[in-house]
Each structure stands twice: as structure tokens, then as C-alpha cells.
Design a protein around this ligand. Structure first.
Ligand code: GTR
Length: 331
């Protein structure tokens, strides 16, 4: 994993990582992996387990250094560095990939998956494979999807029951046009912002709220400031684990097979960790006295589905949307 501009970038990364130090986990010398979440978050732990499998299956040739907690930067920036080969492995949400590859938007549409089971079975099959493969032209090798639960809105003002309650609220979203349009369709103001700025912005009143799953709401400590969590469950957009194509191209076919298989084998591990984390986060949030409420689902579904047409514009996107809908149990 050397030579050319790659070395320069890698050295820069190694330098900043050495400074940041604190929550990196060293398993070997070869590959770098990063994640925006803390070390004990399910995505991070799944990639650590992936690294262990890699070491074992390569007879000790490969190892992984995990830089968690956003040490190497926000998802948009680290994705770019990954595509240049400066980071070998990266775990991100689909959101920052939406502006890079249109097929990723399909799995990030609000209310496209009717359940976790629907999301898992769709992404475990040919539709998931096609979305992962579409990343290669952007110099990323899509290895697997991880769960990200359901995203719902939380805020500092009061419970949201219908879109009318969202009028005028300033809500943080990840940097994705789809997310911006989604929040606008509900009558609120969308503020694109990296995840690591959300706590401070909530505390200072720069934003009124955001949207995320139980574990991110809890692990980012956002629940300490935003005391209302309204269960819209609008998105089941998954996480995705990618490798730099530059790093991939340096591996033999046998080594590539080990990487692919180890990533696939980390998926059931992640799902187990995820389900347990959701339960733990839910407990912490409820115990802290956050007011959690159900919403009027139809009002949200109607508005958010109205924006699908704006983002589903190519025949390939339409084909995938139809295939996902055909895969529903509930029709
Ligand atoms: C989390 C996700 C992160 C990041 C974050 C966000 O649920 O795991 O990858 O996308 O949301 O909202 O920025």
C-alpha cells in the first residue's frame, strides 16, 4: 500500500492519527480503517472483528489499525481520502454517498423499506450487490452493508406529532440533497452539518434538532440537550463498508476473496451487536426522562414519498425502486 502521492497522504493521515491517538486500536501493520463513531459502537466493533478475520485468514500477513471517533475527519472528507487510497477501509452511512453515486439514493429513500427484515433481505441479495458494485467507478469497493436502524426526529422544543409541529424548526441533516429535501418537505429548515458539530449546535441553539437512530442519539449525547424524540422512523438507510480501490488493486485475487468473505462474515456479527446496542441506548434515553412519542405515520409518509420522483430520475434507479417494492411482504 505504498508509492506515489499515496505515500504522502498516508503519511499525513498517520501523522494526524498519531496526534489524535486516543481511541485507535492496533491489530496489525497493514491497513487503516476509520469510522465517525466511538470505539465501542457496533459498526466500529464489526470492522475490528473483520480485521481479526483478515489477520487470521491471511496467516498474519494483514492487520488493521482502526481510527474511531472521527479522528481522521468527517465522512465526506474521509470518503474522498479513501477514494485516493489514503485510507484503506471506511465505514460510512449511505447519505454522503448519495451525491457521488445515484444508485445509493434508492436505499436512502424515506419509507422505502417496510421493516428491518425487508431492508436486510433486500440488501443481502442482488439489489444490494448492484448498489455495492456501483461504487467501483468512484474508486471505492463496496464490501457490505451494516444495519443503521430507523432514523427519527429529536429536538429541543416539543413533541412532533404531525408535520405541522415542524414548521420553522431548524433541523440538522447530513450533507445530502436528499436529506435536505426530506426535511423541507415537512416544512422545517434543513441545516446540513457534520455529525461531530451537532451536540454543540444543539446546546447553543444554532439548531433545534436533528434526526437519527437510537444509538447515534444516545452515543453522541444529543439526548442530553434534545429532550423530545418523535418516532417517525422515516429512514432505514443502511451503513456501508468500503475499501479503497487503490488498495484493493494491490491485492492478489486470493487476497481480495479473503477481504470480501471477511466483510460478509462481519455482517451477522454487526447485526447482533446492533440489536443489543439499540436496546441499551433505548434504556439509557428512556431512563434519562426524554419524552418519546409516536407520530401520525400517514402524514409523514405522504409528504416524504412525494419527493421520491425528484431523486429517482434514471432507469436504473427506477428499476431498483420497483424491485425493492416488489420485495415487500406487506405489498
Ligand atoms: C449515523 C451513521 C453515521 C452518520 C450519522 C450522521 O446514524 O451511523 O454514519 O451518517 O448518522 O447523521 O451523520
Amino acid at each position: 500500500m505504498t508509492n506515489g502521492p499515496h505515500v504522502t497522504r498516508r503519511m499525513a493521515i498517520a501523522g494526524s492519527a498519531a496526534l489524535a491517538g486516543a481511541c485507535s486500536m492496533r491489530l496489525g501493520d497493514n491497513f487503516t480503517a476509520c469510522d465517525t463513531h466511538p470505539l465501542d459502537y457496533p459498526t466500529v466493533q464489526a470492522v475490528v472483528r473483520f480485521g481479526e478475520m483478515l489477520t487470521e485468514r491471511s496467516g498474519g500477513k494483514f492487520g488493521l489499525s482502526m481510527y474511531a471517533g472521527g479522528q481522521l475527519g468527517n465522512e465526506r472528507d474521509t470518503l474522498e481520502i479513501t477514494s485516493f487510497g489514503g485510507i484503506d477501509f471506511n465505514r460510512v452511512n449511505l447519505a454522503p454517498l448519495n451525491s457521488i453515486e445515484p444508485l445509493t439514493t434508492v436505499a436512502a429513500l424515506p419509507f422505502i423499506f417496510e421493516s428491518t427484515q425487508h431492508m436486510r433481505s433486500t440488501l443481502d441479495g442482488p439489489i444490494g450487490e448492484e448498489i455495492l458494485a456501483s461504487l467501483e467507478q468512484h474508486n471505492l469497493i463496496g464490501l457490505c452493508f451494516y444495519d443503521s436502524g430507523a432514523r427519527s426526529f429529536y429536538n429541543t422544543r416539543g413533541p412532533i406529532r404531525t408535520p405541522e409541529d415542524m414548521k420553522g424548526l431548524k433541523l440538522r441533516v447530513p450533507g445530502s440533497d436528499l436529506f435536505v429535501a426530506m426535511v423541507k418537505s415537512l416544512g422545517a429548515d434543513a441545516v446540513p452539518m457534520p455529525l461531530d458539530e451537532v451536540y454543540q449546535s444543539l446546546a447553543q441553539g444554532v439548531i433545534d434538532g436533528a434526526e437519527n437512530n437510537w444509538p447515534s442519539f444516545e452515543q453522541g449525547r444529543h439526548f442530553e440537550v434534545a429532550r423530545f424524540y418523535s418516532l417517525t422512523r422515516h429512514l432505514l438507510a443502511p451503513e456501508v463498508f468500503v475499501m479503497s480501490k487503490q488498495s484493493w488493486d494491490k491485492l492478489s485475487p486470493e487476497e481480495q476473496a479473503i477481504v470480501r468473505q471477511s466483510a460478509k462474515d462481519s455482517v451477522p456479527i454487526m447485526r447482533q451487536l446492533w440489536d443489543a446496542q439499540v436496546a441499551r441506548s433505548q434504556e439509557v434515553i428512556m431512563a434519562s426522562g426524554v419524552e418519546v412519542n409516536e407520530v401520525d405515520p400517514a402524514a409523514f409518509t405522504d409528504r416524504m414519498k412525494g419527493m421520491w420522483a425528484e431523486f429517482i430520475t434514471t432507469p436504473d434507479q427506477r428499476r431498483l425502486v420497483d424491485a425493492i417494492l416488489a420485495n415487500r411482504q406487506g405489498g
